[in-house]
Design a binder for this molecule. Structure first.
Ligand SMILES: [Zn+2]
Ligand SMILES: [Zn+2]
Length: 771
């Protein structure tokens, strides 16, 4: 598309108010090809020729060469760069040479597995080779399961099925495991946090069983761009890896627009709604005949944006209003094909979709993407933006900013966004809450010995001793067996949660299980009266049965969301590390967090108007996790006092802003992190700011924050100092999830404190701070 002409057109519109904060012109790139030292089998090269992919891109050739050399590979290139061939070709090459060989493909969702099966079958049929690939997941009918187990050469499944269905039944799978040559882990960046840590241990159990059956398969991981591909691959599998990240795919170039909704009230920091701005931009693109995808953060918002946009189009062109459609996760493959086809043929011009779509699912070539709000990670921005511009033509992407610290920070510092390598994907397979249940699963598969330290790390012995103490295992001649009372441990371990006894949300009437919620956050999210978002659908929690660990929910159209009001205490259990940072001292340690949810508020969407508040009577919830905290040096306390500033308000504001900025460094959601600030902490007798990992046992977020604390403070200081508001707003120090109703907050004190801990002289501008 002619992006320049479109932007010029937008700037002439009466509603244009300098929303374009930045345009990054990304230059086109020609394809770079490479040849293999030893060509592919002729059937495969013929198939590639037939599919119009006669030559291999540099990264594809390098991945294949590395695998042929017997090493594990992680391919870390952008969306649509042809990553699947990096594993499909070497797998097929092996299967053609060795009929009995097997490969296991893991995808994070069933929908992706289905899509990939289709792609793989396309390649097989072009090659005209008899290779049997099949999916194996919860949807596979039981009558077909044993046939799949017996004859599938390429088995496509998900980590949950591997964990609970395949590994515990490894005797039935022994033939498959013995012949396993490749393990493919696609979308490896999605395996982070709690889920990633569980998957890491599941993969160690898989390796252990492969070794038991005498196989040592190679791993191929593919990932969106992350800052630490090698480290992530090694922590996920426990094996050494070679990184392939040189992208040889052609690129048509892109204009990437940072779009900041105009300020309505500068002193209060209020901006025009990002939803309405995004819909405006979307309809303008559709009017220009541009095939566009509009991303929203939830299914409800995707629907709302569709309705707004349709109304807008109806005012000018009724026919055009019929050429947009919502497009959601949960659609059947047939529905997706239908929409994709309509987009390709030009019957449809625009779709509004949820973020869920960013994950691999192929919907064809588009010209423009509009992102409503920063989706939480730079990696996700590139994945969503990568949905437009696949064919090598110039494309447009726009990020419409929300009013939170990170979105606004990027609007002011596009150089940081475009210059930054993506976030670190974090996992913590040594988290005891995650490791111990997997040790039980491993012991069920076959008894543990000292040799298994090679899979589960040196901490294994201590945890095994703890499990013996709890009566869950027993020892005989340096071998640890599962106790007879533990029936089928995998059944009790949910890969997407850290607690062993999570709460279950059940739909009223149908009794359908919607999802499980960790007990640590249950009272915040599923208290009676809470509005809960499940796969973009809105539910009202009607009842919470605490002993039964069940919440009852019913679908609702409530025009509001709910927010818990809570009181949080934090106690230091053990300091793990401490160091001097800037002019302060910082600590990393084990803490106990005690939350008490006191009530909740109902707030209207978009306008944020308070529509009601209710008290709740819920018990306290203690959990142990990892936190970082820091001291406020004595002279700084004096500065704050002399300036007549509010110390508590300053600490609280600095805590909120730092929590808002931390996802810049660690691949996590703001909701994964909690904080406590206090002018006098009972364990230290000093003023303190704590930032803790919201998952019991921690998943590495606090560690990364501790390691990069100076950078975190600098970025936080900039976010606060550069915000044009007077006394604080959602773009700097207010937090949407503050349990204390954003009180007290003192923006000036926060600035003084952040400068002070960094050791920046008073009067020096925030801009002089590096980072
Ligand atoms: Zn502000
Ligand atoms: Zn707060």
């Amino acid at each position: 598309m002619d992006t320049g002409a479109f932007l010029a057109h937008v700037k002439r519109q009466p509603w244009y108010k300098d929303q374009v904060a930045h345009v990054e012109a990304i230059t086109p790139r020609a394809a770079r090809y490479a040849d293999l030292d030893e060509p592919l089998p002729s059937a495969l090269s013929a198939a590639l020729e037939k599919l119009g992919m006669a030559r291999l891109y540099v990264h594809q050739a390098r991945a294949i060469t590395t695998l042929r050399g017997g090493r594990n590979v992680i391919v870390c290139t952008p969306a649509a760069s042809g990553k699947t061939l990096c594993y499909n070709l070497p797998v097929l090459e092996t299967l053609l040479a060795e009929k009995g060989a097997r490969a296991l493909y893991l995808f994070p969702t069933k929908a992706l597995a289905q899509d990939q099966l289709r792609a793989f079958e396309g390649l097989i049929s072009a090659a005209g080779v008899p290779v049997h690939a099949a999916t194996y997941d919860g949807d596979t009918p039981s009558v077909e399961r044993s046939a799949v187990r017996r004859s599938a050469q390429v088995l496509i499944t998900n980590p949950d099925m591997l964990h609970a269905g395949i590994l515990p039944n490894h005797r039935a799978w022994s033939r498959f495991l013995r012949r396993l040559r490749y393990i493919v882990v696609d979308e490896a960046h999605t395996y982070r946090g709690v889920f990633g840590s569980h998957v890491a241990l599941t993969l160690r159990r898989l390796r252990r069983l492969c070794a038991f059956y005498g196989a040592s398969p190679r791993f191929v991981l593919s990932s969106a761009t992350i800052a630490n591909p090698e480290e992530h691959a090694e922590r996920l599998t426990g094996l050494p890896f070679q990184v392939v990240d040189e992208d040889g795919a052609p690129y048509g170039g892109k204009d990437f627009v940072f779009w900041n909704p105009p300020l309505v009230n500068e002193a209060r920091g209020t901006r025009r709604s990002a939803n309405s701005e995004a819909s405006q931009l979307f309809t303008e693109l559709v009017k220009a005949g541009t095939r566009t995808i509009l991303f929203a953060r939830s299914r409800r918002l995707a629907e709302l944006l569709y309705v707004y946009s349709r109304e807008r189009l109806q005012e000018t062109d009724k026919a055009l209003a019929k050429r947009i459609s919502p497009y959601r996760a949960g659609y059947t493959p047939e529905d997706r094909r239908r929409i994709e086809k309509a987009l390709v043929q030009g019957d449809l011009l625009g779709v509004s979709a949820t973020n869920a779509l960013e994950l691999g699912v192929d919907i064809g070539d588009l010209d423009a993407t509009v992102l409503t709000g920063y989706p939480g990670s730079i990696a996700s921005v590139w994945q969503q933006a990568g949905r437009s511009g696949r064919r090598g033509a110039r494309s447009l992407s726009a990020l419409v900013a929300l009013d939170n610290p990170l979105d606004q920070y990027f609007m002011r510092h596009p150089d940081i966004f475009f210059g930054k390598t993506c976030e670190h994907a974090l996992i913590s397979p040594s988290n005891p809450h995650i490791l111990q249940p997997h040790l039980l699963c491993a012991a069920y598969e076959f008894p543990l010995t000292e040799l298994d330290i090679k899979y589960f790390g040196p901490e294994m012995s201590g945890h095994v001793a703890a499990l013996v103490e709890q009566g869950l295992m027993h020892e005989r001649r340096a071998t640890w067996y599962l106790s007879a009372t533990v029936a089928y441990p995998a059944e009790r371990v949910n890969l997407r949660s850290t607690s062993n006894d999570p709460y279950t949300i059940v739909e009223e009437g149908t009794g359908a299980l919607l999802e499980t919620v960790e007990s640590a956050v249950a009272f915040f999210q599923i208290h009676p009266g809470a509005v809960y978002l499940h796969q973009g659908e809105t539910y009202l929690i009607t009842e919470l049965d605490i002993p039964g660990r069940t919440a009852h929910a019913r679908a609702t159209d409530a025009p509001y969301y709910t927010q818990a009001i809570d009181l949080t205490d934090i106690r230091i259990r053990k300091v793990l590390e401490e160091r001097v940072v800037g002019a302060s001292r910082a600590y990393l340690g084990e803490v106990e967090v005690v939350n008490r949810v006191l009530g909740y508020k109902r707030k209207r969407h978009v306008t944020e108007e308070l529509v009601g508040a209710e008290p709740l009577d819920l018990p306290e919830q203690p959990f142990s996790t990892v936190a970082l905290w820091w001291d406020i040096p004595e002279p700084l306390l004096n500065d704050v006092a002399h300036a007549g500033l509010d110390l508590s308000g300053g600490l609280h504001a600095a805590e909120h802003a730092a929590i808002g900025m931390l996802p810049l460094y660690a691949l996590c959601d703001r909701n994964d992190i909690g904080g406590v600030s206090t002018p006098l902490h009972p364990d230290t007798g000093k003023p303190q700011v704590f930032i803790y990992d919201g998952h019991p046992g921690g998943v590495g977020i606090a560690e990364k924050g501790f390691e990069l604390l100076e950078q975190l403070w600098s970025a936080t200081l900039r976010a606060v100092a550069e915000c044009p508001c007077e006394d604080g707003c959602p773009s700097c120090i207010q937090s949407p999830k503050c349990g204390n109703n954003n009180e007290p907050l003192d923006k000036v004190a926060a600035r003084v404190i952040l400068r002070g801990v960094l050791g920046v002289m008073p009067g020096a501008g925030a801009a002089s701070v590096s980072g």
